[in-house]
Design a binder for this molecule. Sequence first.
Ligand SMILES: N[C@@H](CCC(=O)N[C@@H](CS)C(=O)NCC(=O)O)C(=O)O
Length: 170
Amino acid sequence: MIDFYYWPTPTGWKIAIALEEMDIPYTTHLVNIGKGDQFKPGFLKISPNNRMPAIVDHNGPDGAPLALFESGAILQYLARQTGKFYGATYRDQLVADQWLMWQMSGLGPMAGQNHHFKKYAPLMGENLTYAQDRYTQETTRLYRVLNTQLAQSDYVAGDFFSIADMAIWP
Ligand SMILES: N[C@@H](CCC(=O)N[C@@H](CS)C(=O)NCC(=O)O)C(=O)O
């Protein structure tokens, strides 16, 4: 049984998708990041970076409980534990990891900054065109890379649905 610390944002959805697709039993604990639940001492013990998603697997790899934060690390763990959505070969895993890292370090943060400077900053009276242009250009470039990849294969890492797709879709 896995405890899943969740709030409905695109990053939270990645793990919700994986748990459902992998058919893993889990209990959801809502972490209301608008109300500051992420700063509560009990949650910080699980996720010291005060961000959700996080999980606790009460039956970790050595039989002891394992707490994990960072959606990419959680996706890799769940795929390794179940043997699902990681392709059939070691080569498949490496390619899936490559696209997962691309999402974690590129698409996720850049699209996040793009939406922040275009949607939220203007609501707060700031119209920062340099930041808007910078993150729009980078997000556009990343979408172009994704589009090119998906023109050649059904899924981002090849002909198999993987944790990289689960990370990218939200
Ligand atoms: N790199 C982290 C990002 C997690 C993240 O940014 N979570 C946000 C919601 S999408 C959060 O918990 N924010 C709480 C806060 O900013 O205090 C991951 O992929 O898990």
